[in-house]
Ligand binder design. Structure first.
Ligand code: C2E
Ligand code: MG
Ligand code: MG
Ligand code: MG
Length: 279
């Protein structure tokens, strides 16, 4: 046993770990290249008003258009990008691309489409992040009202000292600030009342088990009521069935997003979807 142990200490990585460490290194290199080669695209998922079904916005969701492997979703590379600080470059690209798309749609009268951008913790942690956003908006001549930023509870709590000032600065630019995946994190409710926020997005894990799951129903209703009490907007993610939509409308949810409304789509598909709806 001692011998086996001694030998093991020479080997820093288990073979399986070595594989994944190596795989991560390869992926990191490919991501750097992908940024240079402009292989990333944004997909857009519609968000509608629960009451009348009017389009209120679209969430920008990052995709990697890999030359061999096709379209790759963010779960396959966001974590690696975060660990290697690539996320700052990628996040900056997303912000610009979203702002440009917002402008393109507004100029063509495809409006009002407020585009929601997912932030990474690395971006939100940056000193002067709000100034960076202001600079992008100024450069691209895009009013803050055209963009929404989605942050997770975790990001807010990790940066609780600086978050209030950063959020206030972003809102002063006209941006909407939303808490994504709400209910899955560990936001202290006391903090929630003090942070300058606009919207809660109820995580899809609470919407998916509706209508059967009484517990999920209780949570969704409670979040909707709490948001109303705090003067926040509230929307639901992952709406997949007419029954789910109906319940959310009944309970007073403001916004809906999910397959039932529309899947994440390329710009072209999104415009097609919109045109079909208008008829
Ligand atoms: P998210 O922000 O919570 O986005 C919602 C995810 O749920 C998206 O997955 C979307 O495609 C999926 N979804 C939407 N409607 C439904 C539905 O009805 N049923 C089900 N089962 N799923 C639905 P996606 O695009 O794979 O994105 C995953 C996560 O990656 C996002 O979760 C977000 O946290 C992150 N992400 C995406 N784009 C970006 C980005 O540009 N920057 C950063 N930092 N993170 C991003
Ligand atoms: Mg999101
Ligand atoms: Mg979410
Ligand atoms: Mg998420």
């Amino acid at each position: 046993l001692a011998k086996a142990k001694g030998r093991a200490s020479y080997c820093f990585y288990e073979p399986s770990q070595m594989d994944s460490a190596f795989a991560e290194l390869v992926l990191e290199g490919q991501l750097v290249q992908a940024i240079e080669r402009d292989e990333f695209v944004l997909y857009f998922q519609p968000q509608v008003a629960a009451g009348n079904g009017d389009l209120i916005g679209a969430e920008a969701l990052l995709r990697w258009q890999h030359p061999q492997r096709g379209l790759i979703g963010p779960d396959a590379f966001i974590d690696v990008a975060e660990r290697h600080r690539l996320m700052l470059d990628l996040g900056a690209w997303v912000m610009r691309a979203a702002a440009l798309q917002a402008r393109a749609w507004h100029l063509r009268g495809i409006a009002p489409v407020r585009i929601a951008v997912n932030l990474s913790r690395m971006e939100f942690r940056l000193d002067g992040f709000a100034e960076l956003v202001a600079k992008v908006l100024r450069e691209l001549e895009v009013p803050g009202e055209w963009l929404e930023l989605e942050l997770t509870e975790r990001m807010l709590m990790d940066e609780i000292a600086s978050a209030p000032a950063t959020l206030a600065a972003l809102r002063a630019l006209g941006l909407t600030v939303s808490v994504d995946d709400f209910g899955t994190g560990y936001t202290s409710l006391a903090h929630l009342t003090r942070l300058p926020l606009d919207k809660l997005k109820i995580d899809q894990s609470f919407v998916a088990p509706l209508p059967a799951d009484q517990g999920a129903a209780a949570i969704v209703r409670a979040v909707i009521q709490m948001a109303a009490g705090l003067g926040l907007q509230v929307s639901a993610e992952g709406v997949r069935t007419p029954v789910q939509r109906q319940l959310l409308v009944e309970w007073g949810c403001d916004g809906l997003q999910g397959e039932m409304i529309g899947e994440p789509m390329s710009v072209q598909a999104f415009e097609h979807w919109l045109a079909q709806r208008a008829r």
